[in-house]
Design a binder for this molecule. Structure first.
Ligand code: UDP
Ligand code: MG
Length: 167
């Protein structure tokens, strides 16, 4: 079995419900290692890039509003886990996409709900496979935000204004 990475997002409904601690405890039971974590105020650009494969779905606009925190006024807590068969193990721990169909003891089964607009507020995202994980991790994290660079990197000179603390 190969070592893989998987992106987990605690979505704004999970953040507003203050269940990040329990989600992380449950994910710790997978035995995977946490190699990156940050709170993200999700831009429209990031939301569209993350869910680009669902752009033709009827629920796409609501899904974008949901992941951007427009329904809960909260950011996303983005996590990267690493270990053997990481994607499969994370997906098992979170449960099925539809919270009504998810194992009651899974994260989505325990905490998810379906809104009256039909959106699955299912608390967490986890990468479906290693290829998707690589695409997603590169969207959400820069190499220096992770404890090690799991994908090839290159040095690049960039001239940009960055925000620093005022003295
Ligand atoms: N989703 C939804 N209704 C659906 C299918 C998906 O609201 O019928 C939302 C749900 O929040 C889900 C996200 O869209 O987590 C991404 O869908 P995907 O099929 O990739 O499911 P996942 O990989 O998150 O289990
Ligand atoms: Mg998916």
């Amino acid at each position: 079995m190969a070592v893989e990475q998987g992106l987990v997002l605690i979505k704004p409904d999970g953040v507003v419900k203050q269940i990040s601690g329990d989600v992380m405890n449950r994910l710790a039971d997978t035995g995977l290692h946490l190699v990156g974590a940050k709170m993200v105020q999700v831009s429209q650009e990031l939301a569209h890039a993350h869910y680009h494969h669902l752009k033709d779905k009827a629920f796409f606009k609501e899904l974008i509003d949901y992941i951007m925190g427009k329904l809960h006024q909260r950011p996303v807590f983005a996590l990267v886990y690493e270990g053997e068969s990481a994607c499969e193990r994370l997906r098992k721990a979170i449960g099925a996409t539809n919270p009504e169909e998810a194992e009651p003891t899974s994260i989505r089964g325990k905490y998810g709900r379906i809104t009256s607009k039909g959106v699955f507020e299912n608390v967490v995202h986890a990468s479906e496979n290693p290829k998707e994980a690589e695409r997603e991790i590169k969207l959400w994290f820069a190499p220096q935000d992770l404890i090690h660079a799991m994908y090839p990197t290159e040095e690049k000179s960039v001239e940009q204004k960055v925000k620093v603390w005022r003295n």
